[in-house]
Ligand binder design. Structure first.
Ligand code: NAD
Length: 296
């Protein structure tokens, strides 16, 4: 069992840190929110007074923070955590952030002999609680071997995508594709329904045909087709429109940086940004269905 510091105990980080406690690791935690810290104290973690205190003696440091500026703020600079960690420490940043910041933190860590991986996740809050997240890791192979030991207590699929930043690129690719096939699925269902088809029957047909995709298979966006999908629960998340819009912004930066013609991704981003402007940011990302249905 390892000594782990966990920074950022929000919707995702909270249950992830709890799973590490359950697995028997010694876990020291810190979050700016006292309420978030208290939940982890109740789960059996030791709450530190600061991020710096949390990492004392840690073999692994894990962070789950909102955006690149928070990750850079926590790790870089004279007051940052990297300056305090001993060489040989393994740092795993599971936040979804821009790839350049991941590479910058990875480079600063490598210069100090600290192993770093960006390890963003797919799966959302339910998978974080169930310990079934997918991790997409970017960093050195030796760091990946160490990372797997700990990540296995929070997830079930752990991929080594490449060097530092590659995890963020993989996540950007996946979520751009997710947005595109979710929108396509909504358009197909709306077209069928407006032409007299039953959405359940149409879903069955497409599931058995070449239109089959993840949105149809486990997350049907049409209300009433799939009992447990957010669409059948007033589009309560699930995975919020705001988070999808954030991830699409990151994906656009990756595409632009590499000169990719991602016109479908751009359209998907426009649509999700529109949903935010329409006040639907806190709804599940499958609520694009409501938007299409409203335009009659
Ligand atoms: P959240 O806002 O619920 O949690 C973030 C936590 O970080 C908050 O508790 C906040 O107080 C804390 N924090 C911010 N700055 C800090 C600092 N300097 N020191 C210590 N704590 C600090 O966000 P979340 O939903 O848990 O998401 C975290 C990351 O995971 C994001 O990058 C998000 O894009 C990604 N993600 C989220 C989901 C999801 O479904 N929620 C799914 C996959 C990936």
């Amino acid at each position: 069992m390892a000594q782990v510091a966990f920074i950022g105990l929000g919707n995702m980080g909270g249950p992830m840190a709890s799973n590490l406690v359950k697995a028997g690791h010694t876990v020291q935690v810190f979050d700016l929110s006292e309420a978030a810290c208290q939940q982890l104290a109740d789960a059996g973690a030791t709450v530190a007074a600061s991020a710096s205190d949390a990492v004392v003696g840690a073999e692994y440091v894990i962070s789950m923070l909102p955006a690149g500026k928070h990750v850079a703020g926590v790790y870089l600079g004279d007051d940052g955590l990297l300056a305090q960690l001993g060489s040989g420490t393994t740092v795993l940043d599971c936040s979804t952030i821009d790839a350049p910041t991941s590479r910058e933190v990875g480079k600063a860590a490598a210069d100090l002999g600290i192993g770093f991986m960006d390890a963003p996740v797919s799966g959302g809050v339910a998978a974080a609680a169930a310990g079934t997240l997918a991790f997409m890791c970017g960093g050195e192979a030796a760091t990946f071997e160490k990372a797997k030991i700990i990540l296995a207590d929070m997830g079930k699929n752990i991929f080594h995508a490449g060097t530092a930043g590659a995890g963020q690129v993989a996540k950007g690719c996946n979520n751009m594709l997710l947005a595109i096939h979710m929108i396509g699925t909504c358009e197909a269902l709306e077209m069928g329904v407006r032409n007299g088809l039953d959405p359940k029957v149409l879903s069955e047909i497409m599931l058995a045909s070449s239109g089959r995709n993840w949105s149809l298979e486990v997350y049907n966006p049409y209300p009433g087709v799939m009992e447990k999908a957010p669409a059948s629960n007033d589009y309560k998340p699930g995975f919020m429109v705001d988070l999808m819009a954030k991830d699409l912004g990151l994906a656009m930066a990756i595409a632009e940086h590499s000169g990719v013609d991602n016109r479908m991704g751009k359209l998907a981003r426009q649509l999700y940004t529109q949903l935010q402007e329409d006040g639907m940011g806190q709804q599940d990302f499958s609520s694009v269905m409501q938007k299409l249905a409203a335009k009659s």
